[in-house]
Design a protein around this ligand. Structure first.
Ligand code: NAP
Ligand code: ZN
Ligand code: ZN
Length: 353
């Protein structure tokens, strides 16, 4: 067993606190990774506080991981000690169902094994995430950090592993590109990646935000226009115009004001996963222009590598605030106030002291 130090929630109502635990001995296809950085996703907070009613305690969050290979199992031939690698939201799946074969392991028909709060397929142990010094992951779920990224980029690469792929995958699926008019709702971790990626894909990007203080930043990040979503006059100007809107909001809200911005056959894709459901949309808003509401979950492993390569090519990383692990509870409180620019990332060296 490998002794690891991390931070865990012991129950829904207590702050994260130091937690020592064991990682499994290396299996033949395993990669042992020394974690350098781990991003802080709103899903970590939803899960730590049992907002999705499925948390197994103790719970170690973290699924935006960049690290260095320490050791590999005997069957791993294409990675070696010192290689810079990444792990995202999944660490295993059945690998035999149609969805797994299609490279969509996140939709595995049997069971996707997530980086945290899942059970290992073989020994049924609970998976613990990246708020820890090391992680051991099957090679098939380990990504390469492209060589174009320098060491100073690594903190900003970590959030690509969830915020990046969760926005890249639907943008690709709904064929966003040159000539698309794309809306992004919410400027947090996911929203700021959606702006950067849609802009790099050639779309005209409009951000919808509830925070007047974020307007200038959104333009710097690549938004062509910014709309304060609570301003009805501003919203009216955009009715019936969008091909695609990606909603990244982490709280329950009325979808109607965004549905009416879609043109005929346009899609509102929800990636935000709030604790409480959104109020039911007005059905006529959908019927009259054959509009669609959809959802999307992270992205497959092959697509995650493709996204990392795309980001390397376009010089895209996340805008981050690097924090020591001791500031994690404060970071959660700030995330709830939408006070994050635009992703907290844990400096894992602070766990090793
Ligand atoms: P985040 O950094 O906290 O950003 C969420 C943004 O939503 C905020 O910055 C804010 O933007 C807006 N917002 C928050 N509360 C709001 C409210 N009451 N009304 C309107 N807008 C509000 O969170 P994140 O890490 O980007 O995650 C966003 C959501 O996606 C979470 O629910 C998370 O669990 C989910 N998620 C889903 C997937 C997936 O695979 N589908 C993957 C990762 C995360 P403004 O200040 O601009 O309004
Ligand atoms: Zn996430
Ligand atoms: Zn499967």
């Amino acid at each position: 067993m490998v002794k690891v130090h991390g931070y865990a929630a012991q129950q829904a109502t207590t702050p994260l606190a130091p937690f020592d635990f064991d990682r499994r001995d290396l299996r033949p296809n395993d990669v042992q990774i020394d974690i350098l950085y781990c991003g802080v996703c709103h899903s970590d907070l939803h899960t730590a506080r049992n907002e999705w009613k499925s948390t197994i305690y103790p719970f170690v969050p973290g699924h935006e991981i960049v690290g260095k290979v320490l050791e590999v199992g005997e069957e791993v031939k294409d990675l070696k000690k010192g290689d810079v690698v990444a792990v995202g939201c999944m660490v295993d799946s059945c690998r035999t169902c149609k969805n797994c074969k299609d490279g969509l392991e996140q939709y595995c028909d049997t069971e996707t094994i997530f980086t945290y709060n899942s059970r290992d397929r073989h020994d049924k142990s609970v998976t613990y995430g990246g708020y820890s010094t090391q992680i051991i992951v099957d090679r098939a779920f380990v990504l390469h950090v492209p060589k174009e990224f320098k060491e100073t980029d690594y903190p900003g690469v970590a959030p690509l592993l969830c915020a990046g792929i969760t926005t890249y995958s639907p943008l690709k699926h709904w064929k966003v590109g040159e000539g698309s008019l794309v809306g992004v709702v919410g400027l947090g971790g996911l929203g700021h990646m959606a702006i950067k990626l849609a802009h790099a894909m050639g779309a005209h990007v409009v951000l919808f935000t509830t925070s007047a203080s974020k307007v200038q930043d959104a333009k710097r990040l690549g938004a062509d226009e910014v709309v304060l979503s609570k301003n009805e006059e501003e919203m009216k100007k955009h009715v019936g115009s969008f091909d695609f809107i990606l909603d990244t909001v982490a709280a329950s809200h009325n979808l109607d004001p965004f549905i009416q911005l879609l043109k005929r056959d346009g899609t509102l894709c929800l990636v935000g996963a709030p604790e409480f459901p959104h109020p039911s949309p007005t059905i006529n808003q959908l019927i009259f222009k054959r509009r669609q509401i959809a959802g999307s979950l992270i992205g497959g492993i092959k697509e995650t590598q493709e996204m990392l390569d795309f980001c390397a090519k376009h010089h895209i990383t996340a805008d981050i605030e690097l924090i020591p692990i001791g500031k994690i509870n404060e970071a959660y409180d700030r995330m709830l106030k939408s006070d994050v620019k635009y992703r907290f990332v844990i400096d894992s060296a602070t766990l090793k002291k």
